[in-house]
Design a protein around this ligand. Structure first.
Ligand SMILES: Cc1ncc(COP(=O)(O)O)c(C=O)c1O
Length: 406
């Protein structure tokens, strides 16, 4: 009897979310596979090379985009995390950067020129505030601030020179929620672009492009990487805007190293699972601390008012893993709380698997004056908690024990 014919080698079908709709976890696991290009490897390799062999004649036309040129401009390893975030955010194109600030600075430099204006809320990450108030103002860019107490004023904030609306939601560190659809309408009627920093929410919990934003920026250092072992930034948006950003990126050079790009892609594969746990841990901590006698105020997306709760319910699928508490007794009491914690590292940053606790007045927002911090609700005794993926009972027990002892 003749041997049965072995099955013909089967090529793995490329990921096609249109023909075969897939949820976020499936997208994150399979959404950037290129086995045909990568010697069949299941995990895309690290192209740890600053430059690439040039086939044929050394000219741009001969190259025709077929092979990378030089890693400040492009590197195949960077495409993997960019593609995963692009798919989740639902944008046309995406790029990765050496840090979140690299992504934000490059994006704003690409969209603005001297004499242009930006509309932005008063509550923003300290580094973004420094960029808007410091560096960009030196190049003739003015900011029209939307007061923290009157977020609805975004509707009439623009002037004839406004080119960009920039907002972050939930905000760092008071976790206020901005109505992103309202910001998108205001930007559109001013003929400006809306840029949303989606770092705190992640695309698992919130997708700003679907709410009308033009560009989404991320500190990939936080939840996207998820393990506190890299710095990265991501930008997602339409092809034409990303091409403008590419041109500035090529000279600014905030490049994500191939090894960090590999780690970012590795972290991203578990983003949906991790965020589910971060979300759940925050819900547990809010329930346990809301009525604690040592807690003067607890910040969590949607808690500031009924209006913000309605906005959060409309635009967020989950509320992420951040909780801030203002401790009775101000800064000395807040310091005692930090020192009493067992499972929380006292460290700035957020979004990693391990829980972190920090004092924004002394870290992320230290460049603001005490008056500026007070106007934004950043009390000296405000402790920002980034809840990791540890067991919720352990985190709650740790926080309650440390608060009791404050
Ligand atoms: C909301 C937000 N945006 C941007 C950044 C800047 O990101 P990176 O530290 O990766 O430059 C941070 C950092 O804490 C942040 O919290």
């Amino acid at each position: 009897m003749s041997e049965p014919t072995p099955p013909a080698p089967r090529r793995r079908a490329p990921f096609d979310p249109v023909a075969e709709p897939a949820g976020p976890s499936t997208t994150l696991v399979h959404g950037a596979e290129r086995p045909e290009r990568n010697a069949g490897s299941v995990v895309p390799p690290i192209y740890q090379s600053s430059t690439f062999h040039f086939p044929g004649e050394f000219s741009e036309s001969a190259r025709d985009g077929a092979v990378p040129l030089y890693s400040r401009l492009e590197n195949p390893t960077q495409e993997v995390p960019a593609e995963l975030v692009r798919r989740l955010e639902g944008g046309a194109a995406a790029r990765v950067f050496g840090s979140g600030m690299g992504a934000i600075t490059t994006t704003l430099l690409a969209l603005l020129a001297p004499g242009d204006e930006v509309v932005a809320p008063e509550e923003l990450y300290g580094g973004t505030l420094d960029l808007l108030r410091g560096l960009l103002s030196r190049f003739g860019v003015r900011v029209r601030w939307v007061p923290a107490a009157s977020p609805e004023m975004v509707a009439e904030a623009a002037g004839p020179s406004t080119r960009v609306f920039f907002v972050e939601s939930p905000t760092n560190p008071t976790l206020r929620v901005h109505d992103l659809s309202r910001w998108a309408r205001a930007a559109r009627s001013a003929g400006a672009s809306l840029v949303v920093d989606n770092t705190f929410a992640t695309p698992i919990n919130q997708t700003p492009l679907a709410l009308g934003a033009d560009v989404v920026v991320h500190s990939g250092t936080k939840y996207l990487g998820g393990h506190s072992d890299l710095l990265a930034g991501v930008v997602v948006g339409p092809e034409a805007l990303i091409a403008r950003i590419d041109a500035v990126h090529a000279v600014v050079g905030s490049v994500l190293d191939p090894h960090a790009a590999f780690l970012l892609a590795r972290g991203l594969r578990t983003l949906a699972l991790r965020v589910e746990r971060h979300n759940a841990n925050a819900v547990r901590v809010v329930a346990a601390l809301a009525d604690h006698p040592k807690v003067v105020r607890l910040d969590y997306p949607g808690r500031a008012s009924a209006a913000e709760e309605a906005i959060a319910a409309r635009q967020m699928r989950g509320r992420a893993g951040m909780v801030s508490v203002v401790v009775r007794g101000g800064l000395p009491a807040a310091r005692r709380l930090l020192h009493g914690l067992r499972w929380f590292h006292v460290a700035s940053s957020l979004g990693g698997v391990e829980s972190l606790a920090s004092l924004p007045a002394e870290t992320s927002h230290r460049s603001l004056s005490p008056e500026e911090r007070a106007a934004r609700g950043i009390d000296d005794g405000l402790v920002r908690l980034s809840l990791g993926i540890e067991d919720p009972d352990d985190l709650v027990r740790d926080l309650v024990r440390a608060l009791d002892a404050v």
